[in-house]
Write a protein of this length. Structure first.
Length: 416
């Protein structure tokens, strides 16, 4: 067990050091490649058996991501989402309204289309918005990053860690539970992001719109399929809430919702093969590899013994927030939830504690760039367009924002 523990944990540490550095000599590594290296290493060194490796991959999460990525790619390829965004900009007159638009529009969309999906779609949009307002892209890229992180808190399908919690966290009615506990504080925290951005980028808030051009739909047939898919998502969410509320014994999983929603764009689209080929396969590889690596680390008992040995009260909301935010910086939020949720389940976690885990592990993405995969996605896509965010650009706003976020969610979960 000692050798097993050492090898698995050392590989885990090496993986996250590489993710932070991203360079080996002159080679620039991608995050999915690093995670795949870690999974391969624990497999080849015998730290996890082939059967355990396969069983460690959460098929529900993988299929959900696959379905939502198809819908997201269709929204992008058809130009439908860009068309809606630019159409909405007709009423946006200045940067104040633009930042609020990005925060609340992308925040709301991330709650139901997943934050990583909106990070991919939203990055080229906000860079184009910056050009049309003749302003720096940095406050808009930060707005997008904070929007998809904070907005995704309030839904079980907003991000992968919430999906894990909804599936494995014994949440009886996930949509109602998440919205009931987390909707109001999420709205407050989106406003907090606006005020912090205005404080740090006040010189940019004098800009006004200089271009009224609109984006036309590129593929009307695919756009029509997207409308059907989005309608299906909305209808099935309502049906799921009704089934749970009426105690109807029908297992309408979130995975089924995502896969059914993907069907129209696959069946109606003109080039379904290219559409499926262009989805974010690298992120799917990342998650599959992450599950294998975390499964190996879980088998060592290292983190379980570290947490339980410290006599931490796992039902305490402040403790859950502290552990979630801090450890998510070291092992990222999705791996952290994959490791921590079983411990909470064993300790008999309450609904409040589960919601604290969802909120804490998610807003951890606002602290530093490596706190969430969506941050990395935004920066990688921005660099393709000649823009970027540095570690300091992110941290100087992200650190105070995360503190505010944690306090707001803690107060609502404990006292409201």
């Amino acid at each position: 067990m000692v050798a097993s523990l050492n090898i698995s944990v050392i590989i885990l540490i090496a993986v996250f050091i590489l993710i932070a550095v991203r360079n080996v000599g002159k080679i620039r590594l991608k995050i999915w490649q690093i995670m795949l290296f870690g999974a391969t290493a624990v497999f080849l060194t015998g730290q996890i058996s082939p059967l355990d490796a396969f069983e460690s991959i959460n098929i529900d999460v993988m299929l959900f991501l696959f379905g939502m990525f198809i819908v997201g790619e269709a929204l992008h390829e058809s130009g439908y989402l860009s068309h809606l965004a630019h159409k909405s900009l007709r009423r946006v007159r200045n940067v104040d309204e633009l930042i609020l638009f990005v925060l609340f529009a992308f925040g709301f969309l991330s709650a139901f289309l997943m934050n990583d999906t909106m990070a991919i779609i939203g990055t080229p949009l906000v860079i184009l918005f910056a050009k049309r307002f003749d302003m720096s892209a940095k406050p808009l890229l930060l707005s997008l990053a904070f929007a998809v992180t904070i907005g995704s808190v309030m839904s079980p399908m907003g991000n992968p860690q919430n999906l894990l919690i909804a599936i494995d966290g014994n949440v009886s009615n996930p949509f109602v539970t998440f919205l009931g506990y987390l909707f109001v504080p999420t709205m407050i925290n989106l406003l907090a992001a606006y005020f912090l951005l205005k404080l740090f980028y006040k010189g940019q808030f004098t800009k006004e719109r200089i271009d009224n051009a609109e984006e036309e739909v590129k593929d009307p047939r695919l756009a029509f399929a997207c409308k059907i898919s989005l309608s299906i998502v909305a209808i099935l969410i309502i049906v799921k809430i009704a089934l749970v509320s009426l105690n109807v014994n029908l297992d309408l999983r979130l995975t089924y919702i995502a896969l059914i929603a993907a069907l129209p764009v696959v069946l109606i689209g003109n080039d379904r093969v290219r559409l499926i080929k262009n989805i974010d396969w690298s992120t799917l590889v990342f998650f599959a590899a992450m599950f294998v690596l975390m499964g190996s680390v879980w088998q060592t008992g290292f983190f379980q013994s570290m947490i339980t040995g410290s006599n931490i009260e796992l039902s305490s909301v402040p403790v859950i927030f502290t552990i979630s935010i801090s450890l998510s910086q070291l092992i990222s939020n999705v791996p952290f939830v994959a490791l921590f949720l079983p411990l909470m389940n064993q300790a008999g976690s309450t609904v409040v504690g589960t919601m604290a885990l969802a909120a804490g592990s998610t807003i951890a993405g606002n602290l530093l760039i490596l706190g969430a995969a969506s941050n990395v996605i935004i920066i990688q896509n921005a660099e393709k367009k000649g823009e970027t965010l540095t570690f300091f650009d992110f941290a100087r706003i992200g650190i105070p924002l995360t503190i505010i976020n944690a306090v707001v969610y803690w107060m609502f979960l404990e006292f409201v």
